[in-house]
Design a protein around this ligand. Sequence first.
Ligand SMILES: [Fe+2]
Length: 363
Amino acid sequence: MHPSARAHRVYYGLFVIICQYGGFHTMAATILFVSPDPFYRAMWEGLLSDQGYKLFTTGGAEAAFLACPELLLDLVVVHILLPADHGFEVCRRLKADPRNRLMPVVLLMESPGAEDFSLARKSGASEVWEQFHTREELLLRMRSILELKSDLDQQAAEVIISIARIIESRNPYARGHSERLSNFAVRFGKSLGFREDDLEVLRLAGLLHDIGNIAIPDAILFKSGPLNREDIRVVERHPAEGERICAPFRSFRHALPIIRYHHERMDGSGYPDGLKGDHIPLIAKIFQVVDICDALTSDRPQRRGLPLPAALTVMYEEAEMGWLDPELVSHFASLVIGADHAMALARSCRSFPAQTGQWLKHS
Ligand SMILES: [Fe+2]
């Protein structure tokens, strides 16, 4: 293997080889090879070294259970070494986790018999592979199952996006919010010099960020009066619900931080995790600024939408209060009303104490 073609690190107790073709968003298929035998683990590392996959290897099933949902794997290959092996149980436990629903698990074993195929089916394995005679044979089967998984993921993702659109269309005050948000988030991202794949993540998040609202009862979602404490507690579940819904889909992988963290605040007073400052992913903070601006300028059952300068004033105030990233608010204001007006607005906001007024509960 060429040294520049891979990077090593330990992650969740797993050994990872990144067959580098780029950075975070290259969407190289992510594969985990589980084998108690170090010889086979080394062999797989060699076999897949220059194929553009991100390969994790481990000898321990527990590491696999822990890491699978986090790594959002595209394929797990479990090597079964008879007689004292529990590969079927590893497969069963992996597939029992709903977050691994779309992730194929392949069992690799020597000369499987009829009973092995039966056990494999019961454990939820997608396929049983025998040892390979050539590298090409392995790569062909690997490519085939990954393509199948990718097609399935794509189709399922389209269904989820349709559901997100249906949810939005049921709420007269939310209609058009997602499209506007997608367009504006992309424009904001471009102004910050984001790459094309990050812009695509922002676009997708515009459509999906509130899909967790599907888990919120209509009586709360469409309530015309103010929400009580219990209602608020229920509404605040929507980011985590949205993440849970979207987590199994490869296409949504990079939008998950936005879906989960778009209601966090810089001072830690947001939800669902109360993250602070730099612990909130930048892309989520960027999206949040656009989301809040759209919410403030849109009509709601209890109020009319604010004119843009007034909405930006509220956002400057929220930055002063430690909720929003002041630099991002400033940059966003410059983008939408021009640098001179943005500076004048910022100055006027600093001249007055922040007002915890009627607009601050806006989303
Ligand atoms: Fe939300």
